[in-house]
Design a protein around this ligand. Structure first.
Ligand SMILES: [Zn+2]
Length: 310
């Protein structure tokens, strides 16, 4: 958590809201997870947001040079000798929400919030979980992260593909053809299906929620080995994951329906969920209670009747 649908929803909202805004300043209280690389605030100040994109579970804020940026070839300025030759147009801000990341944009009129449901997304910002604040000419973007697993990186666009996370990232399940999905999974042969689906190098963006949801739709037991799956089951998993993603994106991601209790993530409520955190509730197909089982260090939720271990 958050997974691909949640990151997609917040990315799309931020893309509409941040485009054209100019960066004034950046503040952060967790330097260990804020990587400037070879850059500094001078390089970003005055830069304008050209768009916001998603890669896997990373949010990428693309920037174009502003009036205060470094050397800009379009203005035919004389190149300063003591500065690198990149153009400020080349920079992006990468934000990985990891387990408990949230992105909240707030200006006088609007608030856009997404990511992990805790602390509540409507809690005033900044708060005790706020790690990074990006101030724009209109409004501020807050990156909150309760457990501090997330990170922020400033990177040159041309180095994006070499970035550690992006380099290892498997293709996006919503953009991937079935043949590629099947071949990538098959390479893991003895791997269990749930664990393999969650392996970001095989397929990007699937975590605990959507592996449960996708497998429930496919009627496949989470412990099945890849090698035991036939073509029809493989296709059902491919469709199942994609359908659960599409529904979640339509509904605004799981965070949109999150309620809060003292149990942390257990308070997560998926109005569209069929298996994840539905332990004891009747299966929507056959009414058998959904069970929860530990496997490979994670909790799997499934219907013991529809999803049999053959
Ligand atoms: Zn069932």
């Amino acid at each position: 958590m958050p997974e691909l649908p949640e990151v997609t929803v917040i990315t799309n909202q931020l893309n509409k809201k941040l485009k054209g805004l100019e960066i004034k300043s950046i503040e952060y209280d967790w330097p260990k997870k804020f990587h400037w690389g070879e850059f500094s605030i001078k390089d970003l100040k005055g830069a304008k947001v050209s768009g916001v994109e998603r890669r896997g579970k990373i949010v990428i804020i693309r920037l174009v040079s502003g009036s205060v940026g470094k050397w800009d070839s379009r203005k035919n300025q004389k190149k300063p000798t003591n500065q690198p030759t990149y153009k400020p147009t080349d920079l992006s801000i990468l934000i990985h929400l990891k387990l408990t990341g949230q992105l909240i944009y707030q200006d006088k009129k609007t608030r856009i919030a997404g990511g992990h449901p805790l602390p509540p997304l409507n809690k005033p910002v900044p708060n005790s979980t706020t790690r990074v604040t990006i101030t724009f000419d209109r409004g501020k973007l807050y990156f909150n992260d309760m457990r501090k697993f997330g990170w922020v990186k400033i990177i040159e666009d041309k180095k994006l593909e070499e970035e550690d996370y992006i380099k290892k990232l498997g293709p996006d399940p919503l953009k991937m053809k079935f043949d590629e999905f099947r071949e990538r999974l098959k390479a893991k042969r003895q791997g269990r299906i749930k664990k393999t689906l969650m392996d970001q190098s095989v397929v990007g963006g699937i975590g605990n929620i959507y592996s449960d949801e996708g497998l429930w739709r496919a009627k496949v037991h989470p412990k099945r080995s890849i090698i035991s799956l036939n073509e029809a089951e493989m296709k059902a998993i491919y469709n199942g994951v994609r359908e659960s993603f599409k529904i979640a994106i339509e509904k605004g991601g799981s965070s949109a329906n999150a309620y809060v209790d003292s149990g942390g993530e257990k308070g997560l409520y998926l109005s569209f969920g069929k298996a994840y955190h539905m332990t004891g509730k009747p299966c929507a197909r056959c009414k058998t209670p959904i069970v929860q089982e530990k496997m490979d260090g994670r909790s799997a939720h499934f219907c013991p009747n529809c999803q049999r271990l053959k």
